[in-house]
Ligand binder design. Structure first.
Ligand code: ZN
Length: 424
C-alpha cells in the first residue's frame, strides 16, 4: 500500500511548472479542499479561524512554533495522545530504535538548536507520499533504475526503510556513531546518491575523502556558500540541496543547483524583513499534511528571494539562499546606544576576509559586545580585521571585542550553526 502511494506521488510530482498560473491554480484548489478538512477535524484551527470564511485563508491568523507546540493536542486531526507520543519519541531518541509507532503514526522530534524542540506526527500514508515526492525531486534519473541511497541523519524516523524496494535501497548512517566509522561505511557501500548534512560533507573533504557517488545532496542544515564551493570542488559534483524543517519540505534544487520552493505541496507567503534586499520570513501553508496541519505558519528562517527567474524554466519560485534564522542575526550596540541588527551574511563576509587560508569557521555572539570566532586551521597568522572594521563603520556600530580561538566543532548529532547569537 505505502509503496503504491510512493509511486503515485513520484509520477504526480511535476519535474517543472511552465507558468505561475498553473501553480496558483493547483494551489487554490488544493488549499480550499484542505481547509475544509482541517476546519472539520482540528479544534484548534476551527477556533482560530472563527469568523473567517474558507476563501479568506490567505489572511488567516499566523501561527508559529510555540503556538503549535502549546496546542498540539487540539491541533492534530488524529486520535492520538500527544503526551504518550512525546514519551515514545524521547525513548526512541535515547535508544536509537526508531521502529516504534503509535498505530500508523510516527513521532519525531526536530533537532532543535535553541533548546526549544518541535514534535512532528506523520502517518504512514504521509511518509510514503513524502518519499515519492523527494524521490521525484532528488533522484535525477528514473525510479526504475537501481539506486543505492545513503542517508546520514541525526534520527531515523523509519520513513526511508518503509519505502525501500528491490530497486531502491536506503542505507542509514546514524550520526551518533563516530564520524570516521560513518565515512568508512559509506566508502564500502557503493552508493549512487548520498544525502548528508553539509558539516559532515565538509569534514569528509577535510580528511581527503575518496567517496564516489553520482549525486550528492545537502540536507538538515543551512548550506553556506563557502561550504558549498569546498564540497563541490572536492567531489567534482553539483551539490544538490533539500531545504526542509520539521514543518515541511520547503525547497529542493533543480538541475542547475538552484533552490526552488516546493510550491506544489505548499503555499509560501512572505513576511518581508527587507523587501529591497529580498529578505523574508516564509509563512507556509502545507496542503498535503493532514495529521499535523501546518497552515499560515511562520518560520524563523530568513530566505533571500531571487531577483531573476531561474534559467531552468521551472516557474516555482527560486531563492538565492537560506540566510539563517532570527537568532542567527547579531544584535550589537550602535554608537548612539541603540541596538543594531547584523545579518549572518555580513558577519560571514567579514570572517572570510580575515585570511585566505580559512577552511572552516564559527562566529558566536557571546554578549552584547563580545564575539568569539573559531577558525580552522589552527594557528593562522596575520589575521585581518579590515572586514569587521568596515562593517562596524558602515553600520555605525560600537566595535565589539573579537576573540579568536581554535575551531572545535566535530560533526555529530549537534547541528552545526556557523553563525549564531547566544545572548538576548
Ligand atoms: Zn532552476
Amino acid at each position: 500500500m505505502s509503496k503504491l502511494t510512493t509511486l503515485i506521488r513520484y509520477f504526480r510530482t511535476p519535474k517543472r511548472f511552465k507558468t505561475r498560473h498553473s501553480i496558483t491554480k493547483l494551489q487554490d484548489k488544493a488549499v480550499c479542499n484542505h481547509i475544509k478538512f482541517v476546519r472539520q477535524n482540528s479544534s484548534f484551527y476551527r477556533r482560530l479561524w472563527d469568523g473567517y470564511d474558507d476563501s479568506q485563508w490567505r489572511e488567516f491568523p499566523i501561527i508559529d512554533k510555540s503556538a503549535m507546540m502549546d496546542n498540539l493536542q487540539d491541533l492534530i486531526t488524529a486520535e492520538l495522545d500527544v503526551e504518550q507520543a512525546r514519551k515514545l519519541a524521547e525513548r526512541a531518541e535515547k535508544s536509537r530504535d526508531f521502529s516504534s509507532k503509535i498505530g500508523p503514526y510516527s513521532i519525531g522530534f526536530s533537532s532543535g538548536t535553541s533548546g526549544f524542540r518541535g514534535m512532528h506526527i506523520v502517518s504512514e500514508a504521509e511518509q510514503a507520499a513524502w518519499a515519492g515526492f523527494m524521490l521525484a525531486r532528488g533522484l535525477g534519473s528514473s525510479i526504475f533504475k537501481k539506486h543505492r541511497i545513503g542517508l546520514v541523519l541525526r534520527a531515523n524516523s523509519n520513513t526511508y526503510e518503509s519505502i525501500g524496494s528491490s530497486r531502491i535501497k536506503f542505507l542509514f548512517y546514524d550520526l551518533m556513531s563516530p564520524i570516521d566509522e560513518i565515512h568508512d561505511a559509506i566508502l564500502g557501500d557503493n552508493l549512487d546518491m548520498l544525502i548528508c548534512p553539509p558539516s559532515v560533507l565538509s569534514y569528509f573533504v577535510d580528511i581527503g575523502s575518496k567517496i564516489k557517488v553520482k549525486r550528492l545532496v545537502s540536507a538538515a542544515e543551512v548550506l553556506e556558500s563557502t561550504d558549498r564551493q569546498k564540497i563541490e570542488a572536492h567531489f567534482g559534483l553539483t551539490l544538490h540541496q533539500f531545504y526542509s524543517s520539521t514543518e515541511g519540505e520547503i525547497g529542493a534544487t533543480c538541475e542547475l543547483g538552484k533552490l526552488h520552493l516546493n510550491e506544489d505541496v505548499m503555499v509560501v507567503q512572505k513576511e518581508w524583513i527587507d523587501e529591497e534586499k529580498g529578505w523574508y520570513h516564509p509563512i507556509i501553508t502545507d496542503f498535503r499534511r493532514t495529521t499535523q496541519p501546518i497552515i499560515r505558519y511562520r518560520l524563523n528562517d530568513i530566505l533571500v528571494a531571487s531577483k531573476q527567474p531561474c534559467p531552468c524554466g521551472d516557474a516555482r519560485e527560486s531563492i538565492d539562499s537560506v540566510m539563517g534564522r532570527s537568532d542567527d542575526v547579531f544584535k550589537l550596540l550602535s554608537t548612539d546606544g541603540s541596538i543594531e541588527l547584523v545579518v549572518p551574511d555580513l558577519i560571514r563576509r567579514a570572517v572570510m576576509q580575515m585570511s585566505d587560508s580559512i577552511t572552516a569557521y564559527i562566529a558566536i555572539q557571546k554578549t552584547r559586545d563580545a564575539i568569539q570566532i573559531q577558525l580552522q586551521p589552527d594557528g593562522l597568522t596575520n589575521l585581518s580585521m579590515a572586514g569587521f572594521e568596515q562593517l562596524w563603520n558602515s553600520l555605525s556600530i560600537k566595535p565589539p571585542n573579537i576573540e579568536v580561538v581554535p575551531y572545535t566543532h566535530i560533526p555529530s548529532t549537534m547541528k552545526l550553526r556557523r553563525i549564531h547569537r547566544q545572548c538576548d
